[in-house]
Design a protein around this ligand. Structure first.
Ligand code: NAP
Ligand code: SF4
Length: 685
C-alpha cells in the first residue's frame, strides 16, 4: 500500500507534523507513528505467530512504519506467567520469522520488546534485585546474585541477537511499569548493598549495562528503543532529576529512541483508563525530551490524530507511540493521511476487550472492532448474493451488524425507535470520564451512512412492517430494558431506573439509595457524586486530583492529592451479595471506580435484603439488622431483561430472524458481546 499522503494536491496536508519523516538510529521513517507494545495473549496460542503476523501485517499495510511487539522474556525467570513467551533459543527465533516477513513484505519495520518481568512474574521462578514481594503478586521473588545479574545481562544481549536472527529490525528494552529494570532503578525495590544498589549511579548500572551490551553485540545498524518510566507514581520511585540522569545514561549506552511509560502496575493512579485526559502525560514526556538529544516517543491516551499532531507540533515528543488505537483501527495512519478523521474508529480507552481480556487469560481484541487479533479468523468478503436485510435497533449490536453487512454489499435498513443512534452508549457517554463513548456512536453513524444503510430513526418497527418489507433476513438487536425487581413499593414515586436518571428524565434528590452495584450502579453513583460539574478533565486538574507531583521533585513523582469537594449528595449503594463491591467490574478499571467512590464518601451496603420502599426511603435488612436508608430517590440498577418481543411475533413470518446482543441474552451482557455478535452475524449473512 502506498505510504504517500493521498489528499488532493490543492488541500493543505493533514497533520503535517505527525506525517513528516524522521530519522531514528539506522532508519528513516516516513511518519511519526509507532505502534506500541501490547500483550495480546496470542503469543501463547498454538497458531499465535500466524495470528500475530496477520495482526501486525495489516497495520503495516496501512502505513505504520514501526511496530513494537508484545513483551518476550530473555530467559525463563523473566516470563510474565507460566507460558513460555520467551526469545531465548533458535527455535524461538525461527517461530517469529513469519511475523517479520509479513511486516517487511508490507514495507514496515518491527522491533521485539524484551521484557523481563522481575517480581511481576506470576510463577515460582521469579527473581528481583531484592526479595520483596509486590502488592499485586502472590509470589516472593528470589534475590538475584551478582552472577545472576551478569548472566541476565548476557541473556538480554542473546535475546536481541536472536531477535535479529528472527528478522527483527531492533528491540525495545522494557525499562518501565515496575518490571525488572525499573526494580533495579528504584529504592522501593532495590535494597542491595553491592555495586548494583544504593546510590543512583549503582542502581542505573543494570539498565545502562543491558543497553550497552546489546549495542556492543548487535552493532550500529540495529535499532534500540528503551522504554523509560517517565513517572513511577509509587513511593520510593525515581524523582524527575533521577529520571533525567537515567535517560542520559541510556542514551550514552547506545539507545536510539526513548519510549515513555507511566506508572508501575502497582501504582494507584490511573494512567490509561478513559478518565485520564487525552495526552494527559504530555508534560512529563516533554521533560524527558528536554534531557536527551535522541527522539522521545510519547504515549498514553493519545487516541486521535489531532492529539498526536499537537504532541509533535508542541515539541513534547518527536514520535507518538499508539497501542490500543491500533486495536480499534488498523488503518489509523492511512485514514489520517487521507485527512479522513471521521473514518477512524477511535479507541475509547474502555479496556473492556483488550486488557480486561488479557488479565483473565482470554486473547485480547477490541470492543469497538471485534476483528482485532482475529484477522485470520474473521475475513469479511463481498456478499455472494446481496440481500435485503433489516436490522432493528441502533445500539452497539445493531450498528456493528448493519455496518459490516452493508460493507459486504447487502442492502441494509436500520430501524431505531429513538431519535438517535447509540442505544445504551447514549447512557454511558454522560457518565463522568466516559465521554469517549460518543466517539464510537459518531464513528458508526458515519460508517453506516457511507456504507449506504438506510436509517429510520424514531421508527419502532412492527412485526407486520418487517414481514411485509421484503427482507431476506431480520436482525433483532432490540437490546434490553431495565429490570424492575419485585420489591414492595417499587411503584412508589421516589423510584427511578438508571435510564431515567442518565437520560435526565428524572432529577434525583440529594439523598439517594442505589439498588444494584454492577457497572451501571457504579456509573450512576459517580454521575451523582460528580453532579455540578465536578470533573478532572484537564491534565493539571487530573494530576492534582491524583496526587501527581508535576514538579517531580519527590520520589516517584507523588505528592498530596486534592481533597474531594463534596457536592452535598448522600449516596448509598447496595447489593444482595456479601463481599467486595465492584468485583464484576473490569480488572483494569474496577479499582479506580472503587477508589473514586470511596473518596466521594459513597456508602456501600452488602448482603442486603430489600424489604420495602416508602416515603421514608428504602427499608432493608443487612447484617441481621433492619434499617431504613433515608432517600429522596431510590434508583434501580438491578440489571436488565431482554427486549425481544418481536422475535415471537416474527417466528412464522418467513424471513430468517436473528437475535443478537441483549435481545438474545441480557445476563452478563456487555457491549463487547453486542459488537462481536453483530459483526460475526454480518459476516455470516
Ligand atoms: P450487572 O453488572 O449484572 O449488575 C446488576 C446488579 O444488580 C448487581 O449488583 C446485582 O447484585 C443486582 N441485581 C440483580 N438482580 C437483582 C434483583 N432482582 N433485585 C435486586 N438487585 C438485583 O448489570 P449492570 O450494572 O446493569 O451492567 C450491565 C452490563 O454492562 C454488565 O455486563 C456490566 O459489566 C456492563 N457495564 C460495565 C461497566 C464497567 O465495567 N465500568 C459499566 C457499565 C456497564 P446482587 O444480585 O448482589 O444484588
Ligand atoms: Fe480501546 Fe476499548 Fe478497544 Fe481496548 S477495547 S482497544 S480500550 S476501544
Amino acid at each position: 500500500m502506498s505510504r504517500s499522503n493521498t489528499a488532493p494536491m490543492h488541500s493543505p496536508p493533514p497533520y503535517p507534523y505527525l506525517l513528516s519523516a524522521i530519522d531514528v538510529g539506522p532508519f528513516s521513517l516516513p511518519n511519526r507513528v509507532v505502534m506500541g507494545s501490547m500483550h495480546t495473549g496470542l503469543e501463547a496460542l498454538p497458531d499465535g505467530m500466524e495470528r500475530l503476523a496477520a495482526f501486525y501485517g495489516e497495520r503495516a499495510d496501512a502505513g505504520v512504519p514501526l511496530i513494537v511487539t508484545g513483551g518476550f522474556a530473555p530467559n525463563e525467570e523473566g516470563r510474565l506467567n507460566e507460558h513460555p513467551v520467551t526469545m531465548a533459543s533458535r527455535e524461538d527465533a525461527l517461530r517469529h520469522q513469519v511475523i517479520t516477513r509479513r511486516v517487511h513484505g508490507a514495507g514496515g519495520r518491527i522491533a521485539l520488546q524484551v521484557l523481563h518481568s522481575g517480581r511481576y512474574g506470576y510463577h515460582t521462578k521469579s527473581v528481583a534485585p531484592s526479595p520483596l514481594k509486590s502488592p499485586i503478586n502472590r509470589e516472593t521473588p528470589r534475590a538475584m546474585t551478582a552472577a545472576d545479574i551478569e548472566r541476565t545481562i548476557g541473556d538480554y544481549a542473546r535475546c536481541a541477537s536472536l531477535a535479529r536472527e528472527a528478522g527483527y529490525d531492533g528491540v525495545e528494552i522494557m525499562g518501565s511499569e515496575g518490571y525488572l529494570i525499573a526494580e533495579f532503578l528504584a529504592p522501593r525495590t532495590n535494597r542491595r548493598g553491592d555495586e548494583w544498589g544504593g546510590a543512583l549511579e549503582n542502581r542505573l548500572r543494570f539498565p545502562a549495562e543491558v543497553v550497552r551490551r546489546v549495542r556492543q553485540r548487535l552493532g550500529d545498524d540495529f535499532l534500540i528503543l528503551f522504554r523509560i518510566s517517565a513517572l513511577d507514581l509509587v513511593e520510593g520511585g525515581l524523582s524527575g532529576a533521577e529520571t533525567a540522569t537515567l535517560a542520559r545514561a541510556v542514551e550514552g549506552a547506545g539507545a536510539n529512541i526513548l519510549t515513555s511509560g507511566f506508572g508501575w502496575h502497582e501504582a494507584r493512579v490511573p494512567t490509561i483508563a478513559q478518565m485520564v485526559p487525552r495526552a494527559g502525560f504530555a508534560w512529563a514526556t516533554a521533560r524527558i525530551a528536554g534531557a536527551v538529544s535522541i527522539p522521545v516517543a510519547a504515549s498514553n491516551r493519545i487516541n486521535t490524530p489531532e492529539t498526536a499532531e499537537a504532541m509533535i507540533e508542541s515539541g513534547a515528543a518527536s514520535l507518538v507511540m499508539l497501542a490500543r488505537p491500533f486495536l480499534s483501527d488498523a488503518a489509523f495512519v492511512a485514514k489520517a493521511s487521507r485527512g479522513d478523521r471521521k473514518a477512524i474508529n477511535i479507541c475509547i480507552a474502555c479496556n473492556q476487550a483488550c486488557l480486561d481480556h488479557y488479565f483473565v487469560g482470554k486473547p485480547s481484541t477490541c470492543m469497538v472492532n471485534p476483528r482485532a487479533c482475529n484477522e485470520t479468523l474473521l475475513r469479511p468478503q463481498p456478499a455472494a448474493r446481496p440481500k435485503r436485510i433489516a436490522v432493528v435497533g441502533g445500539g452497539p449490536g445493531g450498528l456493528s451488524c448493519a455496518a459490516a453487512a452493508a460493507e459486504r454489499g447487502h442492502a441494509v435498513t436500520l430501524f431505531e425507535r429513538e431519535g438517535q443512534l447509540g442505544g445504551q452508549f447514549n447512557l454511558a457517554k454522560v457518565v463522568p470520564g466516559k465521554q469517549e463513548f460518543a466517539e464510537t456512536i459518531a464513528h458508526y453513524a458515519d460508517r453506516i451512512m457511507r456504507a449506504g444503510v438506510e436509517v429510520r430513526l424514531g421508527c419502532a418497527a412492527t412485526a407486520e412492517e418487517l414481514s411485509a418489507g421484503g427482507f431476506g433476513d431480520i436482525v433483532l438487536a432490540t437490546g434490553v430494558t431495565p429490570r424492575r425487581p419485585a420489591i414492595d413499593g417499587i411503584g412508589h414515586a421516589c423510584v427511578a431506573s438508571y435510564a431515567d436518571v442518565l437520560t435526565g428524565r428524572v432529577e434525583p434528590g440529594r439523598r439517594v439509595a442505589i439498588i444494584g452495584a454492577g457497572g451501571i450502579g457504579f456509573d450512576v453513583a459517580l454521575y451523582l457524586a460528580e453532579r455540578g460539574g465536578h470533573s478532572h478533565r484537564d491534565p493539571e486538574a487530573f494530576a492534582a486530583y491524583w496526587g501527581i507531583d508535576r514538579e517531580r521533585l519527590s520520589a516517584g513523582a507523588l505528592g498530596p492529592a486534592d481533597e474531594e469537594t463534596p457536592n452535598g449528595c448522600s449516596i448509598v449503594m447496595l447489593q444482595r451479595r456479601a463481599g467486595r463491591f465492584g468485583d464484576t467490574l473490569g480488572r483494569s478499571t474496577g479499582w479506580i471506580h472503587r477508589l473514586v467512590l470511596g473518596r466521594h464518601g459513597v456508602e456501600t451496603v452488602g448482603g442486603a435484603t430489600y424489604r420495602r420502599i416508602d416515603d421514608a426511603g428504602l427499608h432493608i435488612t443487612a447484617a441481621g439488622e433492619e434499617r431504613c436508608i433515608p432517600a429522596d430517590t431510590v434508583i434501580v440498577c438491578a440489571g436488565q431483561e431482554p427486549l425481544a418481543g418481536l422475535a415471537k411475533a416474527l417466528q412464522d413470518a418467513g424471513p430468517a430472524v436473528h437475535l443478537i446482543g441483549g435481545a438474545r441474552e441480557a445476563a452478563e451482557l456487555d457491549a463487547v458481546r453486542a459488537f462481536d455478535e453483530g459483526y460475526r452475524l454480518a459476516l455470516a449473512l
